[in-house]
Design a binder for this molecule. Structure first.
Ligand code: FAD
Length: 493
């Protein structure tokens, strides 16, 4: 398993990352990524720290010591161990990093038993499992086409969407772009595939040139990351942007400019059926929702604590409506955590003797989770009202000797001094109202697919698994109990 230092060193590989018109020389030293890289490094160090190593790691069936969620689970207990390991890392980031390395382990762990799904490319999938588990690799993924020409057949948009442009004995060539790859500048590789919404629109024969699932090393020639603005770079001081300054996960657009992918990195090639099936059949869906629900439960712990502290500082903490808001966030946290308990305690069989969270529970958790954060924002906006905007422009104001006495007098909180109050509300600002916070709100709503698709997937799975049939039979049973002549049930006559 990589250590923090080894992780940082591994990113010095010549990858092509673009920021503000320049190619980034070394991501780990660049102002847009430097601190975020060190936060991820601290997660790697925790794998080796005696205080956290037991909770975080296990030995898989190949003999690799690895993060618990990087190994497949063969029992509810092992799945619970994975959930608890996710929680250990998430508590280190207070739930503010959605794509820590264990997120993609939701998929990679399933390759140990599920590699045969990939047919002729199955050995590649198994090799990637082993490499990923052995080193605890940090992988990002791109499943979504760029937001253009969605009204056209996907197969016709070859100027933008990822398409095969050639092949030879050593591998394939691909060109095209993929919608954002969160955290990618700091990862070891990109996993390229399609999500359920896109897959539903693909057809054999017509979409073969785009029916691909593959992995690319970040240093692959022709692979370019074009980054959005960095909130870490914009954060002038931790005191002003304590979350953005360390937890910003840059969402970069991934461009393949005639990139070469060796055969050993190919999982699905010109095979619509397999490209369509990976998302639902691999167990990735069931498992990534365990990760994201655990993460959000911890982010809600942070949110509840933050609202309580801010209310105390404003002196509103004894008001009934404010207390109700803190209580509501705590209840939301409990509900999400209970969903993780259901996911680990009552799993369903996965590939090759593994267990994965029950599909319907994962689908429900996904939909609830992607609608939870907007309610938290609403509660902060209504219950703290304008308090977070009552602030100063930055640390320099506190250092200004002429101003400081007035700041000390007029900016004090209830029960804490002015500096402490300003510090607390700047944290609140970064969590709820900054550009970093805005991006988080967008992430929470969309990371698991568009809202309609989430509902439609839930309906489809309830239909294919017979749940909807049971639900409609309840109604049919009720209808059968009466007719124009009154009750048909002899008991009620
Ligand atoms: C901060 C952030 C980080 C992200 N990180 C990643 C990442 O790391 N990896 C990754 O792969 N993706 C990532 N994404 C992308 C994310 O997965 C998508 O935004 C999400 O899946 C929704 O897809 P979309 O944006 O293309 O919207 P769409 O799916 O295009 O939805 C837009 C609207 O069109 C409607 N619509 C779409 N298709 C149809 C249809 N066929 N019929 C009728 N209505 C339709 C939808 O219901 C919705 O109302 C990220 C997004 C954000 C915001």
């Amino acid at each position: 398993m990589l250590t923090g230092d080894a992780f940082l060193a591994s990113l010095d590989d010549g990858r092509e990352v673009w920021y503000e018109g320049e190619r980034v020389e070394l991501v780990t030293e660049h102002r847009a990524f430097r601190t975020g890289a060190r936060v991820i490094a601290s997660l790697y160090d925790a794998l080796h720290d005696p205080a956290t190593a037991d909770a975080l790691t296990t030995v898989d069936r190949f003999g690799h010591r690895t993060h618990r969620f990087f190994a497949p689970a063969y029992s509810a207990d092992e799945l619970r161990g994975g959930r608890d390991a996710i929680a250990v890392w998430q508590r280190m980031t207070y739930g503010w990093m959605g794509r820590t390395p264990d997120y993609k382990a939701a998929f990679m762990a399933q390759l140990a038993e599920g590699h045969a799904y990939y047919g002729d490319y199955g050995a590649n999938a198994l090799d990637w499992y082993k490499k990923c588990a052995r080193e605890v690799l940090y992988l990002n993924h791109v499943l979504i086409d760029p937001p253009v020409d969605r009204h056209r057949l996907r197969s016709d948009v070859t100027d933008v969407f990822v398409t095969v442009t050639g092949e030879n004995d050593n591998g394939i060539r691909v060109s095209g772009a993929k919608m954002v790859a969160t955290g990618s500048a700091l990862t070891h590789g990109t996993f390229v595939a399609v999500n359920s919404g896109t897959a539903a629109r693909m057809e054999p024969g017509r979409d073969d040139h785009m029916a691909l699932v593959f992995m690319v090393d970040m240093a692959t020639p022709g692979l370019k990351l074009i980054c959005r603005p960095s909130y870490e770079a914009a954060a002038r001081h931790p005191f002003e942007a304590p979350l953005a300054a360390r937890f910003d996960e840059n969402d970069a657009v991934v461009v393949f400019d005639d990139a070469f992918v060796p055969w050993e990195n190919v999982f699905v090639y010109r095979d619509v059926a397999r490209a369509k099936g990976f998302y639902a059949e691999s167990g990735f869906f069931n498992r990534y929702n365990l990760h994201s629900t655990t993460r959000l439960a911890i982010k809600l712990e942070f949110a509840a604590g933050l609202l309580a502290r801010c209310a105390e500082a404003a002196g509103t903490h004894e008001f009934r409506g404010v207390q109700a808001a803190v209580g509501e966030i705590i209840a939301m946290r409990e509900l999400l955590w209970s969903l993780t308990m259901a996911m680990v305690a009552e799993p369903e069989p996965g590939i090759g003797g593994t267990v994965v969270p029950r599909l319907q529970t994962a689908a429900a958790a996904r939909l609830y989770a992607t609608n939870a954060w907007s309610r938290v924002r609403e509660l902060f906006e209504t219950q703290l009202a304008g308090a977070p905007i009552y602030t100063v422009s930055g640390p320099a104001d506190l250092a200004a000797t002429e101003l400081r006495p007035m700041i000390d007098r007029y900016y004090r909180g209830s029960g804490l001094d002015a500096q402490g109050r300003i510090k607390l509300f700047k944290l609140c600002w970064d969590a709820l109202y900054s550009e970093f916070a805005g991006r988080h709100a967008l992430y929470e709503r969309n990371y698991a697919g568009n809202q309609d698709q989430q509902r439609i997937d839930t309906l489809n799975w309830a239909t294919t698994r017979g749940d909807l049939g049971r639900f409609t039979s309840l109604v049919d049973d009720c209808l059968a109990g009466y007719d124009l002549d009154g009750w048909t049930d002899p008991l009620l006559k």
